[in-house]
Design a protein around this ligand. Structure first.
Ligand code: ZN
Length: 64
């Protein structure tokens, strides 16, 4: 069964954390909401994961 939960397609740059919605658009910024299952981050933004790691590292010290 397919999940209807989507995530803001722009959350990596717009929000501190994923914004989930059941609709077609992010309720906070209005960006297109994408299916959350295969790619929780924007696949066209390959550096998003690195930015997120850097952000987590800065907040949590040496923990991954
Ligand atoms: Zn958003």
């Amino acid at each position: 069964m397919k999940s209807d939960i989507r995530v803001c397609g722009d959350w990596e740059t717009t929000h501190e954390r994923p914004v989930y919605t059941l609709g077609d658009a992010c309720p906070e910024c209005g960006a297109d909401a994408v299916n959350s299952a295969p790619a929780p981050f924007n696949p066209e933004d390959p550096y998003g994961a690195y930015r997120r790691r850097a952000r987590l590292r800065a907040r949590d010290g040496d923990e991954e």
